[in-house]
Design a protein. Structure first.
Length: 154
């Protein structure tokens, strides 16, 4: 009986340990190419999943087909910024009701600045889902030695 309890305890411990080192996935994200100055380019974004993987020490963005749009090692990251923007809902106010001018749409962005292998500076911008934006920022801070600078715009 003790032997069974010991085996069951080891099995549970193994499962919980494996989950603690599992990659954190944030679905419903959108990747935008950035200019060298860190501004979003006018191209359409790529929808996909943002992944923070502590075992390989990388941040990756997978498009819906499963191919990586970018892959950044933790040690090449120079800085990260989280930005939340609020904008009035003009279109809804014009088409539906002026009461929509009292509400604001909120968008959440995570900008990652990094150096490539040649030492050249680059940045990527990921729009996060409102349901997992705070968790993504907390994960980025916890898994990387860099803190995330938080900017809130209105």
């Amino acid at each position: 009986m003790r032997w069974r309890n010991a085996v069951a305890s080891m099995a549970l411990l193994t499962v919980f340990a494996a989950e603690s080192f599992a990659a954190e996935r944030f679905a419903c994200a959108e990747y935008f190419a950035a200019t060298p100055a860190g501004q979003k380019k006018a191209e359409a974004g790529v929808k996909g999943t943002l992944i923070f993987d502590p075992s390989s020490k990388k941040v990756e963005f997978l498009n819906p087909k499963g191919t990586p749009a970018f892959s950044i090692n933790y040690d090449t990251i120079r800085g990260m910024q989280y930005e939340r923007t609020d904008q009035p809902r003009y279109v809804a106010a014009v088409l539906i009701s002026p009461a929509f001018l009292l509400t604001r749409s909120k968008k959440h962005y995570l900008t990652i600045e990094y150096n490539d292998q040649s030492g050249e500076a680059h940045s990527v911008i990921v729009r996060l889902n409102k349901r997992n934006a705070r968790k993504a920022v907390a994960t980025a801070t916890a898994q990387n030695s860099k803190s995330v600078e938080q900017i809130e715009k209105k």
